[in-house]
Design a protein around this ligand. Structure first.
Ligand code: PMP
Length: 408
């Protein structure tokens, strides 16, 4: 599907053109973080070489240029998510900080003892722990929407879990372990019928499918730049304007105020209200360039390419004796998690690495999900736009080798 374009895509990622352990590097850890194309690195470098200064403060030329570029990046992000305005884009460190911001600034002040926050069985720790912290601080209770073995959420159970005490529903758009694409629009409709706001953790979605926050209908959407071919240390919280306007900041500092005296401080309007301190200016520039890169490839081409590789990977792995794949629900994307009988996921990952193949092994920051499947760990291969059929063949060969070593 990327066809002849694939070679040009790979040229954007010189890091891939190296050997690892004496074999051609095969990078299949994209759900953890993606590599950065030259287009992103060049945009950051050009900005640093010509326009860099602090934003929003200076009257001088460079400060104005830096501010213009930073705000242009914000507008780019707004268009990317189909937000109604750039004012709905809050720059944060990543998905984790975005969720903590909503937990502390939106949910915590609204929680009374006995209230509930609802999450799902497949959440990443970043979409569990911040809610648990505000529940513990207020006497509220964390509740969990269950899921089926195939990796689909049990949406039939959702209405009963949306009670008069539910103050927030937090759900992953795409599972980082199972690849399930959750039906967020339907979940939001059910929640909003009960007046429950919804935060969507889009960390694993934004690199694989187009996101339209207005069509989803959610209240908040969080993601990290580094899983979208952009830099680490920068991410986005999108919040519906009315919600952001109704929130107090939880971090204070420069740039988020209107006036300060020792007696009293008044806060700036969103998004500045939630961006205390100097932001990751160069990161925002890089993230905007990453969006240009991804959209330049086109969502249809990306989806078709990754779907073909995912099907190939699942097909090849399924022939390996004793191998179990987790997450088989229709429409899954991006990742294939698995275990091989008699082999610890860590040993599997280590042996595969000796073949130059980079995958992940562990709990994938989703310990409750591991418990759900009764395992301590899984191996996970995850796809990016630059992966090839040869990468998938190398993965299957390396897993076969690991299986052979341990069954010998
Ligand atoms: N949510 C999901 C589904 C993720 O996969 C991740 C990253 N593994 C996060 C949240 C957290 O992202 P970050 O560490 O970049 O804040």
């Amino acid at each position: 599907p990327l066809g002849p374009q694939l070679a040009a895509v790979r040229e954007q990622f010189p890091i891939l053109a190296q050997t690892a352990r004496g074999k051609p590097l095969v990078y299949l850890d994209n759900a953890a973080t993606t590599q950065k194309p030259l287009a992103v690195l060049d945009a950051m470098r050009a900005f640093a070489l010509r326009d860099y200064a602090n934003v929003h403060r200076g009257v001088h030329l460079l400060s104005q240029r830096a501010t213009d570029a930073f705000e242009a990046a914000r507008a780019r992000l707004a268009a990317f998510l189909h937000a109604r305005s750039a004012g709905e884009i809050v720059f944060v460190r990543g998905a984790t900080e975005a969720i903590n911001l909503v937990a502390q600034s939106f949910v915590r002040p609204r929680l009374q003892p006995g209230d509930e926050v609802l999450v799902t069985a497949m959440e990443h720790h970043a979409n569990i722990v911040p809610w648990q912290m505000v529940c513990e601080a207020t006497g509220a209770r964390l509740r969990v929407l269950p899921m089926a073995d195939d990796g689909a959420l049990a949406l039939d159970a959702l209405p009963a879990l949306l009670t008069a005490r539910t103050r927030m529903l937090a759900v992953a758009h795409v599972s980082n372990v199972l690849g399930t694409v959750n039906d967020v629009a339907r979940i939001v409709r059910l929640a909003q019928a009960r007046g429950v706001p919804v935060l969507v953790d889009g960390a694993q979605a934004v690199a694989h499918l187009p996101v339209d926050v207005q069509a989803l209908g959610c209240d908040f959407y969080a993601f990290s730049g580094h899983k979208l071919y952009g830099p680490t240390g920068v991410g986005v919280l999108w919040g519906r304007a009315e919600r952001l306007a109704d929130m107090q900041p939880y971090q204070g500092g420069g740039d988020m105020i209107r006036t300060v005296s020792f007696e009293r401080t008044t806060y700036a309007d969103p998004p500045a209200r939630f961006e205390a301190g100097t932001p990751h200016i160069i990161g925002a520039i890089g993230l905007a360039a990453a969006i240009d890169f991804v959209q330049g490839l086109g969502w249809d081409a990306i989806a078709a390419h990754e779907r073909a590789l995912l099907e190939l990977a699942q097909e090849e792995l399924s022939h390996i004796p004793g191998l179990r794949i987790y997450g088989t629900v229709a429409g899954k994307i991006g990742v294939v998690s698995f275990n091989v009988d008699g082999l610890h996921a860590h040993d599997l990952g280590t042996i595969v690495d000796t073949e130059g193949v980079a995958i992940r092994a562990g709990h994938h920051c989703a310990m409750p999900l591991m418990q759900r499947y009764g395992v301590a760990a899984m191996a996970r291969a995850s796809l990016g736009v630059y992966n090839t059929e040869d990468d998938v063949h190398a993965l299957a060969r390396a897993v076969r080798k690991a299986h052979a070593m341990f069954s010998a």
